[in-house]
Structure formats: structure tokens, C-alpha cells
Design a protein around this ligand. Structure first.
Ligand SMILES: [Zn+2]
Ligand SMILES: [Zn+2]
Length: 301
């Protein structure tokens, strides 16, 4: 499925004029979460660690990797609408923006990776594509019209539009923080919100940065994407990024038996429970192309 609605979206060049200084709300938010993450080490306990791990899985795996990325941005698999909305809510709890903006900018990345039209262009250096891009106002990538054009299918849903608003970002987080505070006080909020959020941020950002710099390629597809094992571990399979760039709309990120993709374990459980309505599998593509035993696009030597 082609989610890009206009060829001009691909060919129009971004220019330095499109970057209008620092995005101070974003910068202050990220700085305060990092300070909260450091403060969490004054509240070390088993209960706080468990809260952090559970929320890391819920927001990082169910929310960002499975919900935002594979289900919504790429439509690699389908689930019932109520479950898709649940996963979208988990994604919103990661505070990486609502699903309309997140998926639109991710689709921009795939439309023209490692170029001026890529929201986190790796040609601008490691720091820029890791976090620098999120610290600037960039009308070229952030205009509401453009975001809705790239996420037209997602912006049909009023709940998803709400998750993109300031209230939609903060209210679910506030509700979660209140529950954690009731259970474990300030320490559990610092571990389950601040530390967890910072770790999920860096895991997601590593998919934009490290996997465009370090690792190997299974497919020679003309961009900088690479497979990076340690990013795959911290991001629930997303580190097999060269595989993903080569086959964006399939559900599996790992294409070799040893490329462990933890999100696929979740998908298999959902499938057993009858909660997967359709799935694009790499196996179907390989069988359709009669190339079960070699990469679809062999790497040039
Ligand atoms: Zn990429
Ligand atoms: Zn993707």
C-alpha cells in the first residue's frame, strides 16, 4: 500500500530556511525527563524496577514497535479496531507524539531515506538523526497539512487525532503517573515514567541513528540502513533495520533464524488468540518470488 499521496511530497527539497530555531517545549520536556531519570537512582527498589520493565514493554514493544510502527505506519498486520486503539494508547504513553504525526514522519523517512526529505536524515550526522531533529522547529516536516496527507488513513479516526493533541499526549501520562504514585509513591513515578520514557526514547532514536551507521546489510537497496543486533535487543526487533527498509510492509523484522525479533513473539501469541485479522509475511513474498533460499535483492559484492 502506498501511503504517500503526492509526488511533490517526495521531490520538494527541504532547505535550511525550513528549520526555525529550537523547539523549546520539546527541549525542556526532554531535559526534564532526563533529570527525572537521573533522580530515579535515589529510589532504587525491586518494585520500581518491575514497574519500569513492565512499562518499557507496554510502551516500547506494544506501543511504538507493534502499534505505531508495524500495525499503523506500515499496515503489516491487522488487529481488531479496539485492540489497535489500545496499542495506539500504549504508543502515546511513550510521548513520541501522537500516531498521526509519528506515522506520517516515519513514512516520510521511508519515502526518501538519508536525504533532505528525510525528517531524521543520517547525512546530517549521528547526533542530528538520533535526537537533534526533535529539538528544532521544522515546518517542512511538521505542518499539520503535510502530516495528515502522509497519515490520511490514520487521521480518519477522531481518537487518533486526539492522541496527537497536547491533551491527548499528557492526560494518559498523567493517569498512569497517578496510578504509579498510588502504588509506589514518587520513586515508582520516576522509574515507571521518567526513566522508562528516557530508555524508550533512546531505543527508538537508535533505530533512526545507529542502524543507519553501524551493522551489516542483507539487502543492497541504495540507502544507509543496516542490521544492528544490539539495537534489535533494546527495541524489540527494530534493529534489523536493513531488512525492514527492504521489506517495509512485512510483519517480520528478522529475516534469518538468528535475527531475534521479540515483537514477532507477541504477534504469534495474538495470532493464537485469534486477534490477528491479516498479516503480510516475508515467507509469502519469498515463495511468490521463488527465492526461498536467497535474499530478494542480493547484496552487490
Ligand atoms: Zn531507517
Ligand atoms: Zn518503518
Amino acid at each position: 500500500m502506498n501511503h504517500v499521496t503526492s509526488i511533490s511530497d517526495i521531490t520538494t527539497k527541504a532547505s535550511p530556511a525550513d528549520i526555525r530555531g529550537y523547539n523549546w517545549p520539546s527541549l525542556l520536556w526532554l531535559a526534564s525527563m532526563h533529570i527525572g531519570a537521573v533522580a530515579s537512582f535515589f529510589y532504587v527498589s525491586k518494585a520500581n524496577l518491575v514497574a519500569e520493565i513492565i512499562m518499557y514493554f507496554i510502551t516500547g514493544c506494544l506501543g511504538i514497535t507493534l502499534g505505531y510502527h508495524r500495525i499503523m505506519a506500515h499496515r503489516a498486520l491487522g488487529v481488531p479496531k479496539w485492540l489497535e486503539r489500545f496499542f495506539a494508547t500504549c504508543g502515546a504513553l511513550a510521548m513520541e507524539g501522537g500516531p498521526v504525526k509519528w506515522c506520517a514522519q516515519h513514512r516520510m523517512h521511508h519515502s526518501n531515506p538519508d536525504t533532505e526529505n528525510d525528517p531524521h536524515n543520517s547525512q546530517n550526522g549521528f547526533f542530528y538523526c538520533h535526537v537533534g531533529w526533535a529539538l528544532k522547529f521544522r515546518p517542512f516536516f511538521d505542518s499539520p497539512d503535510k502530516l495528515r496527507r502522509f497519515s490520511r488513513d490514520i487521521s480518519q479516526d477522531s481518537y487518533y487525532l486526539w492522541l496527537d493533541t497536547t491533551m491527548g499526549q499528557f492526560l494518559p501520562q498523567l493517569a498512569l503517573a497517578s496510578v504509579l504514585f498510588a502504588i509506589g509513591g514518587v520513586g515508582m513515578v520516576l522509574w515507571g515514567v521518567c526513566l522508562r520514557m528516557v530508555l524508550v526514547y533512546h531505543a527508538t532514536w537508535c533505530v533512526n541513528s545507529a542502524t543507519h551507521f553501524f551493522g551489516y546489510r542483507n539487502y543492497d537497496i541504495g540507502d544507509q540502513s543496516r542490521n544492528t543486533w544490539w539495537v534489535a535487543l533494546i527495541s524489540f526487533g527494530e534493529g534489523w533495520h536493513n531488512n525492514h527498509h527492504a521489506h517495509q510492509n512485512v510483519v517480520e523484522a528478522g529475516h534469518k533464524w538468528w535475527e531475534i525479533d521479540l515483537t514477532m513473539s507477541v504477534v504469534r501469541v495474538l495470532n493464537v488468540l485469534g486477534l490477528v485479522t491479516r498479516m503480510n509475511s516475508i515467507r509469502d513474498i519469498k515463495i511468490a518470488n521463488h527465492i526461498e533460499h536467497r535474499p530478494i535483492t542480493p547484496r552487490a559484492s
